[in-house]
Design a protein around this ligand. Sequence first.
Ligand code: GUN
Ligand code: ZN
Length: 436
Amino acid sequence: MTIVLRARIFHTPRDPFREAGALETVEGALALTDDRVGALGSLTEVQRQYPDAPVLGDGEDYLLPGFVDTHVHYPQMSVVGAMGLTLLDWLRERTLPEEARLADTAYAREVAARFLRALARNGTTTALVFGAHQPPAQGIFFELAAASGLRITSGLVLGDRLLHPALEADPETCYRESETLLRAWHKRGRVRYAVTPRFSVSCSEGVLEAAGALLRSYPDAFFQTHLNEAPAEISAVAELFPWARDYLETYERFGLVTERSLFAHNVHVTGDELTRLAAARSAVAHCPSSNMFIGSGLFPLRRHLDHGVRVALGSDVGGGTGFSLLKEGLMAYQGQMLLGSGPGGGLPLGPAHLLYLATRAGALALGLDDLGDFTPGRQADLVLLRPPEGGTLAEVLAQSPSAEASLGALFTLAREDSVREVFVAGEPLFTRLGLS
Ligand code: GUN
Ligand code: ZN
């Protein structure tokens, strides 16, 4: 079955950090053929290919590939906005006590449902999600994620020290409970499993060893954790692992730095760590709103790309300030501007870079090579934007001098009140999620 959507269409089928002209913009139509992109072009061209397909839309909406959030915490939605604290205090005072509440499975179910709706409402169709420490709460999350239609990779969070006591589990328990959840959910529909030690501060060598053993037993599972986020965290890791020359080695030693590994933050990173991350083909989730809100620092994007490290965007809710990858794009732009020009300075970004970071780069970082842009044959994951009538965004767009300028305005001003629908594999999800 094919449908044709008329819209102003934007995508980045090539990498704008490597090639000029990577942004493609089309005022025309996109054909969705079952779960895939069938064609993209002017309405006449697309209708020539699909003469019998129904045409939807008046051409005024903006159509982008669905956003890919490569780092977000399911239990932390209600922590958004907890001001005045840097990372370790923020965890201890606000975040870990909230995560402990997920021992109540009825509450966990409510939180999971709210979280999945928030992703879709913000145009996110794929996410790598830090889960809960409690196996029942993580099982509930997988159940609702599978039913949501979104593409979710997630895992039970592991740690055995320096957390809230109710969140800690010994290495053997970490292994066993992860394996049970992995066997139940990995590759079930659009759900995949990610082995998820919280960070080296909260993981003994035994827990990191258990994580490595899981990856060896299940080599197609994913891996996620935190790395080099804040100075006090990095000092704690140096004290806890005196044998490690740097933070990355605490993961390397246990076989956790692979091409299926994604590390969140990596703000304060050494050149040697970047060289090793690139050699391993690991990816980094850049979470700019969180880095600014928690005061962790400004992300050295240019150094990552110069070393050949793959980078995508993450919202990092609840350290981040919301679920919008459009906003994360804007914050990434602002962070690079603040780093200034010159050696070691910021990388000037434009709308094409922001779109790539929010879509195709995330898909590639998650090993989902067949989504993230509108090349015919890709999975039809998309977000349809229509600015609220009479608002600032509508007025700015009405005066826009070019398609690229319109995309810049969308990143700057469009938020969840502009998101009208998301499609995953060609299927609209708002009704399924109770959003329309
Ligand atoms: N490091 C360990 N846990 C967390 C978390 O929940 N959020 C952030 N931003 N960093 C972390
Ligand atoms: Zn995080």
